[in-house]
Structure formats: structure tokens, C-alpha cells
Design a binder for this molecule. Structure first.
Ligand code: NAD
Length: 423
């Protein structure tokens, strides 16, 4: 299951809601829509709160609170993950459903954004308790979800086993097999090849496209990757295989930097399952120092709010590709853009996961499954197309790629809302 830093998560969601609304507002103005459109899109159309009784192993019954938010279904069903976390708040889920709408729009998927979650601490729960909670959550939200309504997926602290229980529960309720109800399933239950690494793969495709536009050659480029977890380690590995020098990496405890390139294979072999490796070495520097070291490409892949007005002026990278959610503040985006640094925004770089969720849903619908090569090719085609569209829009309008990505992310949804007569 996924892991994350508690304080980082708090900041991430706070930042996410306000910054998402701010840029949606700017994008609506750029698109020429009125304030009514902003009021439609600034919050989800539907948010359901449920209470889920679960029999615990000691015989007691505990009541858990869960949510499912559906941002906008003008383009089709909503889609997005379910997270299990003890500090979950309704606002987190609302903001994350809006974020999913943007990613769906950017990848040109026939979906709106959805998100769900349950307030619980899965680390303290047994396998059996987790199964009963997962099934209870599906029963509680069953009226508003389904393969043609709203499709859940894995997110923080949920995984393919939890998706399997949820799919089974939904299929039992409906009395027919419904693999298309949920994505992120194991292959034997109709999961898709390449789903697990799709998010990180999308980031690396964006890096490959962005270097072409920045006059950087990937072979020999000096890359700093902040965060050495699932995303960061995979990105560092792929960049190393593409001939780049990984000159810096970090985890929550500190950072390693070597201008001649780190021994990335060795570091990958020594990292633990929490993405920690720097504690094994002397001479580590801080994460903040790492961000300001000399490099060509900086990939923040740890947590939010890492690049702010305080350090934006000291960043040496010519290209920043955001693997983490919200690593760069809006003010820092402005400073860096004025300095000529190209920033590939999180909503574009992170669109790989939902794109392969869409592929899983399509495969479930047709009952015919694609090879890993086909998935990779289809993912690459979509991300490259989205990248080019957003890059070109940013160039033509003389705006940064973040605003351009939001424009692309909401455009079709806004148009569909007008055609439907909602505005
Ligand atoms: P993870 O928990 O596996 O790893 C997080 C890494 O960041 C660890 O090395 C951890 O030590 C480090 N870290 C945590 N807090 C930090 C801090 N305050 N300062 C510096 N380092 C810190 O998480 P992950 O799955 O790699 O996800 C990281 C980010 O990338 C998230 O925002 C996630 O949404 C995004 N992302 C994940 C994937 C994926 O495939 N898992 C793909 C694309 C993007």
C-alpha cells in the first residue's frame, strides 16, 4: 500500500483546494466563460457522506465515516481513486475530485473527476477488518457508483486487493460480474497491464517530450529527483537507463548530491520499502539544499510546497517536471517562468494513472485485453498529444504550462455543460 508523510499530506490538500480553484478561475477567464461557469466548476456536483458499521476482530462494532465526491459528469461517468486515511477530510475529497476532472480533461478521456475515501488507519487494522470495511464502503455508496456512473480506483493506502473486494461486493449486489466497476484490479480479475507504474511512466514521457523543447539532450543531462519512493525511484531508474546522470536524490531524512552522477543502481538496491536510502551515507545535505544544486532537470517527486518564492530564485534547473502533487507554489511558478524555466505541471505529468485506468475500463467493457506493449504505446500517444497541445497553447497565448493545462483540462467539460443546458 502507498505511504506518505503526514505533514506533507496536510499541506498537499490545503494547497490543492485553493490553488486548484484559483487556476480554474483564471482558466475560465482565458476561455471567455462567465462567473456562472466558475461557480459550477469550483466544487463537485455531488458529495455523499456515509457511515459504515464494521464488525472488528474483538467483537465490537466500529462506525467509520466515508465519502464519495463527483465533480462533474457532463462528459461521461466520473472516475477517481479511493483513499483510506485517518486524517481524511471532506474538503480533501472534494478538491481531489476536481483535480481528477482536470487530469481526465488533459488526457482527453470521456470522464469527469471523482474521488472517495474512508477515515480509518489501515496500519492498525487486520486483513479481515479491511475487507469488511471495503465491502461496507461499496454497499454504502452503491447507489451512486457503477461502470456507467462513477468508477473508483486505488489511491493512498488502498491497493489491488482492496479493489478486488470492492469489485466482488459490487458484483454480488448487482448479481452480475462487473469488472468495469473499478480499476487497479489484479490481472486475473480484469486488471490492465502497466496500471501500477502508469503514473510514473506518464512522468517520464513528459520528461522526454519536455527536453526536446528545452534544448536539453537527455543523454548526459544532469537530473535531480526529489523523493526516492515508488515514483521517484522509478523515474530515476528510467532516466538513468536513458543515459542521463542522476546527480541528486533525496528522501524525507536528507539528500545525496554528486555533480558527476550518483551510482543509481546501487542506491536502488539499498533503498527500503519506505523510499529511504540517504541515512546509509555520510555527507547528506538537506532537501532544500538539494533543490538549489546545479542540474539541467529537476523532478520533485516527494511532496507539496517544495518550491516557493523563497527558493525559486535559486533553482538552477532549466526544466522542472512535477511528479508530486503541488510541489511548486503559484508565486514560484511566476518567478520561475519569468526566469525562462519550463515547468511541466503536475496535472499533466501525473495524468498517466487515470489514462491507464481508462484503458482498464475499456478492456473490461470489450472483454479483450491488450499486451504491455500496446498499453505503453497507447499511453505514450495520449500523453505526447496532451503535452504538445498544452505546450503549444502556452506558447501561443504566452502563458505558463500550468494555466494552459487547466484550460485544456476544463474546456470540454465546460462546453459539454453548456450543451446540456446547465449554464
Ligand atoms: P512514496 O511514499 O512511495 O515515496 C515518497 C518519497 O518522498 C520517499 O522517498 C520519502 O522519504 C520522500 N519524502 C516524503 N516526505 C518528504 C519531504 N517532506 N521532503 C522530502 N522527501 C520526502 O510516494 P510516491 O508514490 O513515490 O509518491 C510521491 C508523489 O508522487 C506523490 O505526490 C504522488 O501522488 C506522486 N506520484 C506517484 C506516482 C506513483 O506511481 N506512485 C506516480 C506519479 C506521481
Amino acid at each position: 500500500m502507498g505511504k506518505f508523510d503526514e505533514a506533507g499530506k496536510e499541506k498537499e490538500t490545503l494547497n490543492l483546494l485553493t490553488s486548484t480553484q484559483t487556476i480554474i478561475h483564471d482558466a475560465i477567464i482565458e476561455l471567455g466563460f462567465n462567473q456562472d461557469m466558475y461557480h459550477l466548476l469550483k466544487e463537485p456536483l455531488k458529495t455523499l457522506q456515509v457511515r459504515i458499521p464494521v464488525r472488528m476482530d474483538d467483537g465490537s462494532t466500529k462506525i467509520f465515516t466515508g465519502y464519495r465526491a463527483q465533480h462533474n459528469d457532463a462528459l461521461g461517468p466520473t472516475m477517481g481513486g479511493v483513499r483510506f486515511h485517518h486524517q481524511l477530510k471532506e474538503d480533501d475529497i472534494k478538491a481531489l475530485s476536481m483535480w481528477m476532472s482536470l487530469k481526465c480533461g488533459i488526457a482527453d478521456l470521456p470522464f469527469g473527476g471523482g474521488k472517495g475515501g474512508v477515515i480509518c488507519n489501515p496500519r492498525t487494522m487486520s486483513f479481515g477488518e479491511l475487507e469488511r470495511l471495503s465491502r461496507g464502503y461499496v454497499r454504502a455508496i452503491s447507489q451512486i457508483v457503477g461502470p456507467t456512473k462513477d468508477i473508483p480506483a486505488p489511491d493512498m493506502y488502498t491497493n489491488s486487493q482492496i479493489m478486488s473486494w470492492m469489485m466482488d461486493e459490487y458484483s454480488r449486489l448487482r448479481q452480475f460480474d462487473s469488472p468495469g466497476f473499478i480499476t487497479g484490479k489484479p490481472l486475473v480479475l480484469g486488471g490492465s497491464e502497466g496500471r501500477e507504474k502508469a503514473g510514473a511512466k506518464g512522468v517520464t514521457i513528459c520528461i522526454e517530450e519536455a527536453v526536446k523543447r528545452s534544448g536539453i539532450r537527455l543523454k548526459g543531462a544532469r537530473v535531480i529527483v526529489q523523493g526516492f519512493g515508488n515514483a521517484g525511484s522509478f523515474i530515476a531508474k528510467l532516466m538513468h537507463e536513458a543515459g542521463a546522470y542522476i546527480v541528486g536524490i533525496s528522501d524525507v531524512y536528507g539528500a545525496l548530491y554528486d555533480p558527476d552522477g550518483l551510482n543509481i543502481e546501487y542506491l536502488l538496491s539499498r533503498r527500503d520499502s519506505f523510499g529511504t536510502v540517504t541515512t546509509l551515507f555520510e555527507g547528506a545535505i538537506s532537501n532544500q539544499e538539494l533543490l538549489e544544486q546545479d542540474c539541467d532537470i529537476l523532478v520533485p517527486a516527494a511532496t507539496s510546497n517544495q518550491i516557493t518564492v523563497e527558493n525559486a530564485g535559486n533553482i538552477k534547473a532549466k526544466l522542472i517536471v512535477e511528479a508530486a502533487n503541488g510541489p511548486t507554489s503559484l508565486e514560484a511558478t511566476k518567478v520561475l517562468t519569468e526566469r525562462g524555466v519550463l515547468i511541466v505541471p503536475d496535472v499533466l505529468a501525473g495524468a498517466g494513472g487515470v489514462t491507464v485506468s481508462y484503458f482498464e475500463w475499456v478492456q473490461n467493457k470489450q472483454g479483450y485485453y491488450w499486451s504491455p506493449e500496446e498499453i505503453t504505446e497507447k499511453l505514450r500517444n495520449r500523453i505526447v498529444k496532451s503535452f504538445n497541445e498544452i505546450y503549444d497553447l502556452a506558447q501561443n497565448r504566452q502563458i505558463n504550462m500550468r494555466l494552459a493545462a487547466y484550460i485544456v483540462g476544463i474546456r470540454k467539460m465546460a462546453e459539454a455543460s453548456i450543451y446540456r443546458g446547465w449554464i
